[in-house]
Ligand binder design. Structure first.
Ligand code: GAL
Length: 939
């Protein structure tokens, strides 16, 4: 049985099944196993494991119900049904291009006579409201039960068949122009609207007596769920995962009808939220007595290399009609690099019997000390070792539930004079912020796409991610755990005061406790999470004691759930003398460390939006608190685009003729330009080095994201990323790599050297290197050898007169040759070059390969200033699901197989087809150019 499971999980049953049929004895397969294992692990990039895969066992089932949903979206709000969660205020005169650091405003109160379903939805969050007196009681009645879409017999054959995770908006079309319904701020995509998902689920007779739950990892937004015509409940906040108990409405012995209504308001975010059931959905079946939802909490203390104490708290639910007594036994195992059990259990712990009354829950706790623990720590200096706790619930000697908890053992200490210590080692945060979208794939979560992002970040030397500004898909935290990346898990972008007319402020009063507690209960066992953030730049920074009180309430909720991690809330305005920062454990600055609008261009600006550098001021006021920068830089650039003249300063705001071009809607890639309240990376590096007590930085952002195209709101995606929306590295990548990976020999020259119109013109050349000195040559002639001065992070030759030919940079470190880079003037476009990030993928209908196409000349040199149109086609069992090029102003719909290259590059994302292995051939063609092909094996 175990072997069967292992083989199945490795997806090698297909290969072995023929052999098996002919083989009488299992041992032959066992002999073959090492060979087969090698075949599967020899892939160019091996597969990340996902926790969800091992949630099922003999005592509980966790079934993915992602496939074959029927989907219908109303064309307009006028056409939609009236089953609303609540009324919303009108949103007139809202400008989505207002600066991100604008002051949030007061909420608008509205009253309505309409029938609203909120009273039936509120009880879904009861488990996360501490004070049981405040629990919501479901009113009488069953709203919506007569509505056709919730009926079993409703004829939905004309609805669209979709698989989850599904983002209904990502295929577009983009809304171009001014005065569009959705503007640049939310990505110009049709995320707004009301839609339904329906699916019949087969529940066998044998499930009678079981508890059955619907687990939704994320639905955007205001989810309301009916089962067999009964309103079960829902969850408004689109970023949180939630569980609904559907047991009372299930009819075993046949099909049961699920109907889910989502209502995604416009003007609900400052970025692209996506729309739909955009994460995984599960059906969980347990015995009536079982480990509760997110029912284990594991913390570690007294951690050293020789020993560690593991504390475990288990919540056991008794959903049966009888009072019972049970005990829990937990075995703890090391996990190997592939997430598999590594040998026998390292510890075996039992809790004494507990009695649980019918319908109640009980928490039981136990501690154990393990010797020589394998610690979890961030790469590259530590290893992300993980453990698995397998808990069995035992009643009268019989196992009735089995529950897996993955966790890590690590110590976490904070020193206000140096930063964050993990397992005794000071780890300076070299982090980035990321929004949840995955570029051309939108909000629909995909493990391969998320893993590709994290790998690129690690290559840059990044060791931490802040989940801006909401809880991510659980699988992303599986990845950060596995890949050794630190995390700030953040819950809200707004509290009571609003940033956009329909953002979270509408439901903050009703839902903040449930959303905050549910984030922590879901995520508390991930060792990669080191800080909980209860807000980002909230309007309550401005409301003195009143705002600080709300902060205190949120801080206290976190402490009730988890005492092992500090709290924070990112501040772009609150100052050291205000009550707001006093509440949080860790001081998080957005941009305030470097100072805001300090450039002379803002000399005449007199209002609150200027701030002098704050590191020392806060450090003096709060000498006992760690200070970090939760957002830095907010630098802007478009990959491969350069504008002249180039500022001589090391950081500049962006304007026309100062790095920006409002007509073209692009920002120069000299990487010196930022939003008005931001700074170049160089300026941030210097400020961090001058304030060595700072714990480090989270750059805004790692990747470009959909929406918030500051400063050019006519476009659809951001300019902030170090890496563009397609996942292509901007020059900035190398600036961070040079600083964050000082031991990696590298040098990077900019700009490209194809400037036929600039012959004889001044064309600055900058070099990013992990060395300390560079000699630059143009056509073999030295332009001088320069050394980085203190607080300098690039070497610049600002007076180079352009002549076609070759630029060569020789970098030195401590006087010795260290690295080199060469950039040449290219010929005309002659061909295409394709590179796949993975050339072996799984035939599971979810696995992806990202195909990069570059335009090259007849010598094979990459032509950065080319923009030929590329046509992609596919043969074999794969699908091209999206293309992109990283241009924030490209309105070609993402599913298009034709894409104009941007700065010489384009991307095609290829997906396998479930159960259909074989060779996938992708061809990239462009008129007049030599085509290129790439072959991917789908296994
Ligand atoms: C910050 C904000 C981010 C993003 C960024 C853009 O103020 O926290 O969410 O808007 O600015 O520069």
């Amino acid at each position: 049985m175990q072997i069967m499971k292992l083989l199945k999980s490795l997806n090698i049953l297909n290969i072995t099944s023929k052999l098996f049929l002919k083989t009488k004895y299992w041992f032959k397969i066992v002999i073959l196993l090492p060979f087969l294992l090698q075949c599967t692990t020899n892939e160019k990039s091996s597969e990340p494991y996902i926790l969800s895969n091992d949630k099922s066992n003999e005592y509980r089932e966790c079934i993915s119900i992602n496939n074959n949903w029927l989907f219908y979206k109303y064309k307009s709000a006028e056409e939609a049904d009236n089953l609303i969660y609540d009324v919303r205020p009108e949103s007139e005169n809202y400008q989505d291009s207002k600066p991100a650091d604008s002051k949030p405003t007061e909420a608008i109160n509205i009253e309505s006579e309409r029938n609203i379903l909120k009273p039936w939805i509120m009880p879904s969050g009861n488990a996360f409201i501490k004070d049981s007196i405040k629990h919501y009681i479901r009113p009488e009645g069953n709203p919506g039960n007569d509505f056709p879409f919730v009926q079993y017999n409703y004829d939905d054959r004309l609805w669209k068949n979709v698989n989850l995770p599904h983002d209904w908006a990502i295929k577009g079309p983009f809304m171009e122009g001014w005065d569009t319904e959705v503007g640049g701020g939310m990505g110009r995509l049709p995320s707004l609207g009301i839609a339904w998902y329906r699916k019949k689920i087969e529940i066998p007779e044998t499930d009678t007596g079981k508890c059955i739950f619907l687990d939704i990892d994320g639905a955007m937004s205001y989810a309301m769920v009916w089962l067999n015509g009964n309103l079960v409940g829902g969850w408004p906040y689109g970023y949180n995962s939630f569980r609904l108990d559907i047991t009372p409405y299930i009819v075993p012995g046949g099909n049961n009808q699920i109907a889910i209504r989502l209502d995604n308001p416009n003007k609900s975010a400052r970025w692209y939220p996506g729309g739909g059931i955009y994460r995984n959905v599960w059906l969980v079946k347990t015995n009536p007595v079982h480990v509760g939802h997110w029912g284990t909490k594991i913390t570690t203390e007294n951690v050293s290399e020789t020993s560690a104490t593991i504390n475990m708290e288990i919540t056991i639910d008794n959903d049966s009609k009888n009072n019972i007594s049970v005990s829990a036994a937990t075995k703890i195992y090391n996990l190997d690099e592939n997430g598999k059990l590594a040998g026998a259990d390292v510890s075996n712990i039992k809790t004494p019997e507990v009695s649980i009354s019918a319908g109640k829950s009980v928490k039981t706790s136990v501690s154990v000390t393990v010797d020589n623990p394998k610690l979890w720590g961030p790469l590259p200096t530590q290893k992300p070792n993980l453990y698995l706790a397998i808990t069995e619930i035992i009643k009268e000697g019989k196992i009735i539930d089995k529950y897996n908890t993955r966790f890590g053992i690590r110590s976490l200490n904070f020193d206000p004079n140096s930063g964050i210590f993990i397992n005794g080692e000071l780890i300076k945060i070299k982090g980035v912020n990321n929004h949840h979208d995955l570029g051309a794939l939108g909000a629909a979560f995909n493990t391969c796409a998320a893993r590709r992002q994290l790998k690129i970040l690690q290559e840059m030397g990044c060791n931490a991610v802040r989940m801006a500004h909401n809880p991510p898909a659980p699988e992303l935290l599986e990845l950060t755990d596995k890949m050794g990346i630190l995390v700030i898990d953040e819950v809200f972008d707004s509290w009571e005061r609003k940033k956009t007319p329909h953002d979270f402020h509408l439901i903050f009063p009703d839902w903040h406790e449930q959303d905050l507690r549910s984030m922590i209960r879901r995520d508390r066992n991930y060792p990669s999470i080191i800080i909980w953030s209860y807000g980002n730049e909230v309007g309550e920074q401005y409301t003195d004691k009143e705002g600080a009180e709300i902060g205190k309430r949120l801080h206290n909720i976190i402490k009730e759930e988890d005492t092992t991690r500090p709290t924070t809330s990112a501040m772009n305005w609150a100052k050291s003398y205000m009550p707001f920062p006093a509440v949080m454990d860790i001081i998080s600055f957005n941009y305030q460390g470097e100072g805001i609008r300090q450039d002379p261009i803002f000399n005449d600006v007199k209002d609150r939006i200027k701030t002098e550098p704050q590191y020392n001021i806060f450090h003096e006021k709060f000498p006992y608190k760690v200070i970090l920068s939760s957002e830095t830089a907010s630098a802007l650039s478009s990959r491969g685009i350069y504008y002249f003249p180039v500022t001589k300063k090391n950081s500049s705001p962006t304007r026309d003729s100062m790095g920006g071009n409002s007509e073209e809607g692009q920002v120069s890639s000299y990487e010196l330009y930022a939003v008005d309240f931001g700074s170049s990376p160089d300026k941030v590096f210097a400020s961090l080095e001058k304030h060595a007590f700072s714990a480090g930085e989270f750059v805004w952002t790692g990747f470009d994201y959909l929406g918030e195209p500051t400063p050019y709101y006519q476009n659809r995606s951001s300019y902030n990323g170090i890496i563009d929306l397609a996942g292509f590295k901007k020059n900035r990548f190398y600036l961070y790599q040079a600083h964050w990976r000082p031991d990696l020999p590298m040098a990077h020259i900019l700009p490209h050297w194809n400037w036929p119109d600039r012959i004889g013109d001044t064309t600055p050349v900058h070099v990013f290197t992990s060395g300390d000195e560079v000699e630059l040559f143009l056509n073999g002639k030295s332009l001088g050898r320069k050394k980085k001065a203190k607080f300098e992070y690039r070497l610049r030759w600002d007076d180079v007169i352009y002549q076609p030919g070759e630029l060569k940079a020789i970098a030195y470190k401590n006087g010795k040759k260290w690295a080199k880079d060469i950039v040449k003037t290219t010929g005309e476009p002659a061909g295409l070059k394709t590179i796949a990030d993975r050339d072996i993928i799984r035939a599971d209908g979810n696995n992806l390969s990202f195909i990069t196409v570059k335009i090259i000349d007849n010598k094979g040199l990459f032509i950065e200033n080319s923009d030929n149109v590329i046509k992609f086609s596919v043969e074999g069992p794969g699908e091209i699901i999206a293309t992109d090029n990283g241009n924030p102003g490209d309105f070609t719909e993402f599913p298009s197989h034709k894409r104009k290259a941007f700065s010489g590059m384009a991307l095609a994302i290829v997906k396998s087809i479930e159960g259909n292995p074989g060779k996938i051939i992708i061809t990239a063609e462009s008129p007049g150019l030599k085509e290129a092909k790439v072959i991917i094996k789908s296994k």
